[in-house]
Design a binder for this molecule. Structure first.
Ligand code: KG4
Ligand code: ZN
Length: 322
């Protein structure tokens, strides 16, 4: 729950990590079923933590997509019912836009000005672009295959680390040698804006086929650190390219992979060296959360863009935020 100034009043997260961990990835039906089980308690707890009741709300924001349709439908149906019984406006939220709002939360200053460069790196998407205004994202490039977070999750699964892989690889990588193995950096040095991570994933698979699973924690840490360095290198190249190309001096980095400690450290150093300003949310607000969804809701309310009760879920991204 957020107010007009994007200050967080409550941000209740009901993690399903333990449920999906043993499967090495999200099982869609289980995700939906646990949404059904948890949604009432989570909303109740969000209201209580914020110290408000339904009549105090200005609107009900809900993610319409992109995402797993079964899980989205649970949220949509609940939000519609809430809006209907409370008489509050229903506000439709694009999940990618919500991620891009995370750095606007709980700030003392106004946050990034428009336009700014943005890099969105999550489990489902990898996009570099220019956000010209809240509802206008110019996409410069995106991944041709796997998303950055997806590559983390798949490599973690190959290494037997479990789900979600990003944070686990991040942890192991901190003990490893980033130069131990030279994994490929796809499309690096080529013109254009796209990303590709499937070759990197295959290279790790090939390495494991040739050398077997690492025998000790140092071997594991080296693979994690070397893989992570390849991911960070290709992301950083596009950020540099976007700053040079646009001349913009503010960069937003968002999505679950923005919680990565190495990516954050390299971004901070680059921002200082190249004299641009980095906006990245605290790690807990980089991964999926309700507060970032509420920011989009507030912007929609201000713009008078109210959804109607026919709002439906979308699984894939249209390539724009609208
Ligand atoms: O944004 P998010 O919470 O959900 C999606 O919209 O996809 O992102 C989840 C992704 C997962 O792939 C997860 O492995 C990755 O973010 N992730 C990380 C880290 N924490 C989460 N990747 C790298 N380093 C991390 N510390
Ligand atoms: Zn997300």
């Amino acid at each position: 729950m957020v107010d007009e100034g994007f200050r967080i009043h409550s941000n209740v997260i009901s993690s399903q990590v333990d449920i999906h961990h043993e499967y090495g990835g999200v099982v869609p039906e289980l995700a939906s079923r646990h949404h059904v089980l948890n949604i009432v308690t989570v909303v109740d707890s969000a209201l209580k933590t914020a110290g408000v009741a339904l009549p105090d709300l200005h609107g009900v924001a809900v993610t319409a997509g992109p995402g797993l349709v079964g899980a989205l439908l649970v949220g949509l149906q609940f939000a519609k019912s809430l809006a209907f019984i409370s008489g509050k406006p229903l506000l439709a939220v694009d999940h990618l836009m919500a991620h891009l709002e995370a750095p606007f939360l709980d700030r003392e200053d106004a946050g990034p000005a428009f336009p700014h460069v943005c890099l969105l790196v999550s489990g489902g998407h990898t996009v570099i672009g220019v956000r010209r205004s809240p509802f206008d994202l110019e996409v410069l490039g995106a991944t041709r295959d796997d998303a950055a977070g997806e590559a983390y999750d798949k490599v973690a699964k190959m290494l037997g680390l479990g789900y979600p892989g990003g944070r686990l690889i991040d942890d192991h990588a901190s003990q490893g040698d980033r130069a131990a193995i030279r994994f490929p950096r796809a499309l690096r040095g080529q013109s254009g804006w796209d990303f590709s991570f499937s070759g990197l994933k295959t290279a790790v698979k090939q390495h494991l086929a040739n050398h077997g699973l690492p025998a000790d924690s140092k071997g594991l840490a080296d693979i994690c650190a070397s893989f992570q360095e390849a991911v960070v290198d290709v992301l950083m190249e596009r950020v540099r390219q976007a700053v040079d190309h646009t001349g913009l001096r503010q960069v937003v980095v968002a999505g679950g992979v923005a919680a990565n400690t190495r990516l954050r450290a390299v971004l901070e150093r680059e921002a200082t060296d190249a004299r641009w300003q980095l906006f990245v949310a605290p790690p807990i607000l980089c991964t999926d959360n309700a507060a970032m969804v509420a920011v989009v809701g507030q912007r929609r309310l201000e713009a008078g863009q109210l959804a109607d009760l026919a709002l439906n879920a979308t699984s894939s991204w249209s390539g724009r935020i609208s």
